[in-house]
Structures are given as C-alpha cells and as structure tokens.
Ligand binder design. Structure first.
Ligand code: B12
Length: 209
C-alpha cells in the first residue's frame, strides 16, 4: 500500500492516533500537501457513501472527521503560505442547523493565507449572529457561508436574505459547501460561489480587486 493509500485508509477507518504520523511520513516521502489533502477528501467521500448505504453510522462518520481534522493540522503550514499583503477581513461560518466544519475550516485557512484577516463564527450560526458580527466589523469586505446539508440550504438562503434586508453594505457574500451550486448561489443572491477551498481563495481575491 502506498503512503497516500495508507493516509486514505486511516481517515476512512478513523485512526485518530496514527493519522498525524502517516501524513508526516507522506510529506517526508515527497507527496505534496495538496495530494495528501485530496486523498483525505476522497476518503471522506467514501465514508459519506457508506453512511448513505447504511454500512456505517454517525459515530464512524464523526471519528473519520476527527481523523481528517488531525491530518489537516499537519498540513496547515504547507497549505497556508504566509501572505504579507492585507486584502481585508472575512467573516465565515456554517449556517444555522449545520454542524459540519471541516470544509469551512479549510476554506478559512485558504482565504486567510490569501491575505485576509479571519473572523470565524464556527458552526450552527444564526443569521442574527452574522448580522451582529458584520455590524461589529465595518471593515469586513467578505462574508463566507458554508452549508453541507440539503436541509440547511434554506438557512443559507435565509441568512443571505437577512443580511441583504439589514441594509448593510460594503462586503461581498460568497457561499459554498457540498450541496451548493452556482445556480443556487445566483438564486439566493450571493455574489459568488466556489466549489472548493482553493477556488474560494481565488474568488475572494477577485471579489475585492
Ligand atoms: C464528517 C461528516 C459529518 C461529521 C461532521 C464533523 C465535522 N466536524 O465537520 C458529523 C458526524 C458531525 C456529521 C453529522 C451529520 N451528517 Co455528515 N457528513 C460528514 C462527511 C462524511 C464528510 C464531510 C467533510 O468533512 N468532507 C470533507 C470536506 C473537506 O469537504 P466539504 O465539507 O465538502 O468542503 C469542501 C467544499 O464543499 C467547499 N466548501 C465548504 N464550505 C464552503 C464555504 C464556502 C464559502 C466555499 C466557497 C466553499 C466551501 O470547500 C471545502 C474544501 O474543499 C459527509 C460526506 C461528504 N462526502 O461530504 C457527510 C454528509 C455531509 N453528512 C450527512 C448527514 C445526513 C449528516 C447527519 C444529518 C447525520 C445524522 N443522521 O445525524 C448529521 C447532521 C448534523 C448537523 N446538524 O450538521 C450527509 C448529507 C446529505 C445531504 N444531502 O444533506 C452527507 C453527504 C453523508 C451522506 N452521503 O449521506 N457528518
């Protein structure tokens, strides 16, 4: 089994103790941080499919998520190249009712390394909290919303609407997450959509330029 396959298998099996060492070994063996991240994301896809088919349950999904987070910790220095320029401030959070944060954290990391100061509100963030935070940070020029469940897409829609209805201006809204599409982003009035963390960093730079 190659090192990348070992990393993949360790995430899928939720090996939270072994994962950091395996990721480090993969890096030392010459694999890029992006390659290692890609194989971990692929493993999470398999975990999701097994959950859908009833082969595994929430605890297994949770432990795989923990393993992935520990693996990402090791990759952070490689993924986030220090940026000396300041492009502004980004407020990020996972919308109300949604507890998924692995993807959101990756997006935050990539946007931060693109040169933005980050205000991370965490998960299950009510729309009122986004508005309150935008008011408290008048220098914020990006608001980023994440949703991983089809059932929380309406909360994303409500959040964008509430932010627009608040009359606050001076920032752009970017949305993303597995069930989100460009079409949905357009429909709910977001300014931008990106499919993954790398794309999010590119998009936010475009939005403020
Ligand atoms: C790990 C996991 C969990 C963990 C979350 C742990 C954590 N700290 O995040 C736990 C166990 C808590 C969990 C719970 C549940 N989950 Co879950 N989970 C997953 C799983 C396996 C992996 C998610 C993940 O981390 N992927 C890896 C990251 C890197 O990818 P990502 O999140 O998609 O993020 C990338 C992009 O989407 C994008 N992105 C993300 N956010 C943003 C934001 C912006 C602004 C932008 C631009 C881009 C962007 O960039 C990211 C990086 O490239 C997925 C399956 C899957 N394939 O996604 C199911 C999945 C999302 N879960 C699912 C379900 C059903 C649930 C539960 C309802 C299960 C239950 N019965 O309780 C609960 C809901 C809890 C809640 N209220 O939120 C379903 C959703 C189905 C649907 N269509 O709605 C999935 C798809 C599994 C499945 N196939 O059925 N889950």
């Amino acid at each position: 089994m190659s090192k990348l396959q070992e990393v993949n298998a360790a995430v899928a099996a939720g090996k939270t103790k072994a994962i950091a060492g395996l990721v480090q070994e993969a890096l030392d063996g010459g694999h890029s941080a992006q390659e290692i991240l890609d194989t971990m994301i692929e493993a999470m896809g398999v975990v999701g499919d097994k959950f859908s088919s009833g082969e595994i349950f929430v605890p297994e999904m949770l432990i795989a998520g923990k393993a992935m987070q520990k693996g990402v910790e090791v990759l952070k220095p490689q993924l986030a190249s220090e940026s000396s320029t300041s492009l502004g401030k980004c407020i990020i959070g996972t919308v109300a009712g949604d507890l998924h944060d692995i993807g959101k954290n990756l997006v935050a990391l990539m946007i931060e390394s693109a040169g933005f100061e980050m205000v991370d509100l965490g998960v299950d963030v009510p729309k009122e909290k986004f508005i309150e935070t935008i008011k408290a940070n008048p220098d914020a020029n990006i608001v980023a919303l994440s949703a991983l469940l089809t059932t929380t897409m309406p909360a994303m829609r409500d959040t964008v609407k509430a932010i627009r209805d608040s009359g606050l201006t001076g920032f752009k809204i970017i949305v993303g997450g597995a069930p989100i599409t460009q079409e949905f982003a357009d429909e709910i009035g977001a300014d931008a959509y990106a499919r993954d963390a790398g794309g999010a960093a590119v998009k936010v730079k475009e939005l403020v330029s």
